[in-house]
Design a protein around this ligand. Structure first.
Ligand SMILES: Cc1cc2nc3c(=O)[nH]c(=O)nc-3n(C[C@H](O)[C@H](O)[C@H](O)COP(=O)(O)OP(=O)(O)OC[C@H]3O[C@@H](n4cnc5c(N)ncnc54)[C@H](O)[C@@H]3O)c2cc1C
Length: 332
């Protein structure tokens, strides 16, 4: 048994100060990831600072049509909020397709953004893993890696980023607000998630003790016609093999604004910028979608077991784009 001290913070400033002062401490929100990893001896904090009393549960509408979502808003509350369902359907859909109803009632938005990877070599607490134990190697590279990433990988880590809701948030250029030992910061979401490179143990640019306080989602007309498609081994309670969040505007068959991001295939929620570039201003037809999808996945690095994800991700992209632009799904 390892003793762990527990306290509840009632002000953001106290939570930040307590965790910042002790390198062996962690924040505790819904606990749906943190407690699992404690039990498995993957995380070994000596102090937990419970943040559930902090006033960070708001889901506020902004004058530009955007939203500000507090870090302690529960996944289920965000998924059910009318403003989210109407203005950002892909965000609501991604939330509902994640985890299970019980987990979504507990799990917070901040915790979702900070959740750790589902790689079995990270989570067994024993295998070589450069994330858990820097420099120890990566068991997944030559191991069972069917679910692992094909984009953004390095020689040191190929773990897939697990979050669903981070995928539409990436497509929408959301911004993550934090409060830390050195004050308030705002991160463009693309900078909030780090690629593994040579330092896979660093998943975010945050300092120890820096608390996510909210997520700002800018108003975007295209987001009203958006959708999230998640492909997985079973229809519920399962992480994505591939997923696509897309928002598109169309005029006379020509694509105007387009936002695309991929989940389940990359080491961070993956903004499909190359595909967006090819789609913007192009006719909305299958050949265009296929080319954009092909080029986005062109830099994939696969293993024997996960190579199928390249084709699957392309098909998922094409299907989502066809659904959004014609209202009908392709047979592929
Ligand atoms: C069986 C199972 C299935 C799941 N399936 C899915 C799925 O399909 N899709 C999906 O997206 N997710 C899935 N999840 C993950 C789930 O969404 C996360 O566990 C949850 O969102 C984490 O939120 P939490 O509030 O419980 O965080 P906690 O477990 O309390 O914390 C998670 C981590 O974030 C840190 N943290 C928490 N809040 C903050 C904050 N405000 N600022 C800084 N650090 C913070 C904690 O210290 C900890 O390291 C699944 C989880 C389980 C257990």
């Amino acid at each position: 048994m390892r003793p762990i001290s527990y306290s509840r913070a009632s002000a953001v400033i106290d939570a930040v100060a307590t965790v910042a002062a002790d390198p062996t401490s962690d924040f505790l929100a819904g606990g749906t990831t943190e407690v699992d990893l404690l039990r498995q001896n993957v995380l070994l904090p000596r102090r937990l600072v419970d943040i559930n009393d902090l006033p960070l549960t708001q889901i506020e509408e902004r004058p530009d049509g955007g939203l500000y979502i507090g870090a302690l808003a529960r996944m289920s509350d965000v998924a059910e909020a009318a403003a989210v369902r109407e203005r950002f359907p892909m965000v609501a859909q991604a939330l509902v397709m994640g985890a299970s109803p019980q987990l979504r009632h507990m799990a917070s938005m901040g915790g979702n953004m900070m959740q750790r990877v589902r790689c079995g070599y990270f989570r067994d607490g024993m295998s070589p893993c450069n994330k858990r134990d820097p420099g120890s190697g990566c068991g997944a590279l030559d191991g069972f890696n069917r679910g692992h990433a094909v984009l953004g990988v390095s020689d040191h880590c190929i773990a897939t980023h697990p979050s669903d809701v981070a995928v539409p948030l990436m497509a929408l250029d959301a911004r993550v607000h934090t409060e830390g030992p050195h004050g308030r910061r705002v991160y463009p979401i693309d900078d909030f998630f780090l690629l593994p490179g040579e330092t896979p143990h660093m998943e975010h640019p945050l300092e120890h003790g820096e608390l996510v306080v909210g997520i700002e989602v800018p108003g975007l007309p295209a987001a009203r016609s958006s959708t999230y498609l998640k492909v997985r081994d079973r229809e519920s309670y399962e992480f994505a093999l591939t997923s696509v969040a897309a928002a598109v505007t169309l005029a006379d068959g020509i694509i105007g604004d387009v936002r695309l991001a991929l989940g389940g295939v990359a080491t961070k929620p993956w903004r499909a910028r190359r595909a967006e570039e090819l789609l913007r201003g192009a006719p909305a037809r299958r050949e265009t979608f296929q080319r954009a999808a092909r080029e986005e996945l062109a830099s994939s690095r696969t293993t024997l077991l996960n190579a199928f994800k390249v084709e699957l991700a392309q098909r998922t992209m094409v299907r989502v784009l066809e659904t959004l632009t014609t209202g009908t799904e392709s047979p592929s």
